[in-house]
Design a protein around this ligand. Structure first.
Ligand code: AMP
Ligand code: ZN
Ligand code: FE
Ligand code: FE
Length: 285
């Protein structure tokens, strides 16, 4: 049996519901040979995951997933980043400040309509990378929504009364700062942006102009045909392929670590390809 890995995992450090240490324990029990922690706009779960990995003998790759502006929101994954990089730290604290300001305004809008949301309490409970899924969770607990999805549909999805946009960093800066932190920038879930092939190619080429090095080719929501199409693109552009589930715990209950919705399998060999790229960029940086 070929060994598999999962290079796209969220934890309680952002909007996942499973702690970094528990994710690593779970991956070990499932027999994976490595995981990457890729929380939204934060690397704060990486240390805990790394410690658990060391204890259990499972490789944990430090990562991040940056929400980036390119007309629409595009996600850029960063692997093998130096989590203490001053450039990355500066960018991430800016993102936290921006999120925090938006979140406070959303909470105030809800409070003005009589929904008893206490944002300071949310901060102490959920940490620094708070997003709309956390609001969804609280709205469910308050009995205002049936599920997180229902909360999105009626309250916090774009176009709903409590949605506020947040300013994101540009896609160029995302790619560049990951490189500055010694990491490998990868375009996440390329088919999620609903771009026709020419526009997708334009996106890839634009990111490559700024230092993109990889393409996420296997993903929970992609079948074999889609994965093969992405692998072909990756080969054509000389990008390293990566893959992962986008596990979020009970915030995306249909997605499991390692196997996604059932058939995901990311070969461990892909990690060696990614590591080789990381090693050569670190030498150049
Ligand atoms: P934020 O960055 O706070 O605006 O929240 C964005 C996150 O909310 C995304 O990463 C998704 O995980 C989640 N999200 C966005 N739209 C929906 C939706 N319609 N249903 C469920 N989750 C969503
Ligand atoms: Zn998420
Ligand atoms: Fe994403
Ligand atoms: Fe993700």
């Amino acid at each position: 049996m070929t060994k598999t890995i999962d290079l796209h995992i969220h934890t309680t450090a952002s909007d996942g519901t499973v702690s970094p240490a528990a994710v690593v324990r779970c991956a070990k029990e499932l027999g994976l040979s490595a995981v990457a922690i890729t929380d939204h706009d934060t690397v704060s779960g990486c240390a805990e995951a790394a410690a658990a990995g060391q204890e259990l003998g499972l490789e944990v790759v430090p990562g991040v997933e940056l929400s980036s502006r390119y007309g629409k929101t595009i996600h850029i994954l960063g692997y093998f980043v130096r989590t203490n990089s001053p450039a990355l730290t500066r960018v991430l604290s800016g993102v936290v400040a921006e999120r925090d300001a938006r979140n406070r305004k959303m909470a105030a809008l809800m409070a003005a309509d009589g929904i008893p949301i206490d944002y300071d309490q949310m901060c102490s409970r959920f940490g620094t990378s708070i997003g709309r899924p956390h609001f969804g969770e609280v709205l469910v607990e308050l009995g205002r929504a049936e599920s997180v999805q229902d909360a999105f549909d009626r309250y916090i999805e774009k176009g709903q009364p409590y949605y506020l946009p947040r300013r994101m960093i540009s896609i160029e800066r995302s790619v560049e700062v990951i490189r500055e932190a010694g990491g490998v920038p990868v375009l996440a879930h390329p088919f999620q942006y609903k771009l026709e092939e020419p526009a997708l190619r334009q996106l890839i080429e634009h990111c490559m102009d700024h230092g993109l090095l990889g393409l996420e080719c296997r993903y929970s929501l992609y079948d074999e045909e889609q994965s093969q199409a992405l692998l072909k693109l990756a080969r054509e552009y000389g990008l390293v392929p990566t893959g992962g589930s986008d596990f979020h715990g009970s915030n995306k209950p249909h997605i499991a670590i390692g196997t996604g919705t059932g058939s995901l399998a990311v070969p461990a060999a892909w990690l060696e390809g990614l590591r080789a790229v990381a090693t050569s960029t670190k030498k150049r940086s």
